[in-house]
Write a protein that binds this ligand. Sequence first.
Ligand SMILES: [Zn+2]
Length: 358
Amino acid sequence: MIKEFCEELPKVELHAHINGSVSENTIEKLLSRKQKSDHQYSFKKGSTATLNECFEKFRLIHQLTDDTDSVYQVTYDVIHEFHEDNVKYLELRSTPREVPKTGMTRELYVEAVLRAISKCEAENLDIVVKLLLSIDRRNGISVGHETVKLAQKFQASDGERVVGVDLSGDPNVGDGRDFIPVLKEARDSGLRLSLHLCEVPALQETMDLLCLPPDRIGHGTCLHPEARGRQEFVDTVINHKTPLELCLTSNLIGQTVPDLDNHQFRFWYEKQHPCIICTDDKGVFSTSLSEEYQLAASTFDLQPSDLWRLSLSSIDSAFCDEQSKEKLREKWKLCKPQIEKRFNLKLESSGYQTQKSI
Ligand SMILES: [Zn+2]
């Protein structure tokens, strides 16, 4: 029953990298279009159980998305897949990429993504899609600066689709503090900040980045003392009420947590801190947002009402305007009686989370 409930539940996805979200169907589509179908890759679901298999898949997707047509195709497919999974609000993120041999510039890359979003809007899909441009810390400050300029340009010219900037990439590379001026520049022009933070213990950069403060934190795996973080990190996150984007399967396969029982979700959820269940890279990790909700339910003994509140309260942390949030809340309200009837239960909306210990 919980599987069907999670599928039926209207959901909010706030942490999804476009390339990592590419499904096996889309990979096959791109392979045949690029006539590389002799590639030695297995696409069976579940073939990405190990970190190495995931890296292989990332590498293949990277090779296949080297022109604007492919970028358009993957974005279009990813939006449709989230829509089929009953995601009503989706924030995609991606690093604008240039590939001289195909003539793709960073700007053309972003244009292709936005074109796919517009196409889905024209199809009247019941899903609102926004975009964050990612600054990959491996690419250095000047590319980071260029990314912010691009985000500002599209923020001004393309309605309200580009809503923020993300800091991502290998957390072991470079010092996140170097990007603070670039991130401040983004924020000063009204872009929101979501930062991959403390995925590995990083005492030096964490405090300074936390004090920006970001509008949301991706993972935050090692913030708390039990995970080699510090109490002052926890206090700062709580004081700023900075929501956390939490991705169970990604962290498990990525081996940033020893097991799900020790996932940081438990720590923050018990504190009734805003937690948003997200997929990170649904394609590479062979998951879906429904499956992530199911996993949270089974690992932390969450009841349907808890899951309902988690999905509903995720709207609060979205980077869209207040009017759009109200429309989303209305959507949740409208579908609630149907879900209650179908699963023969009463969903408690009031109170952020239950007081029971998980
Ligand atoms: Zn991520």
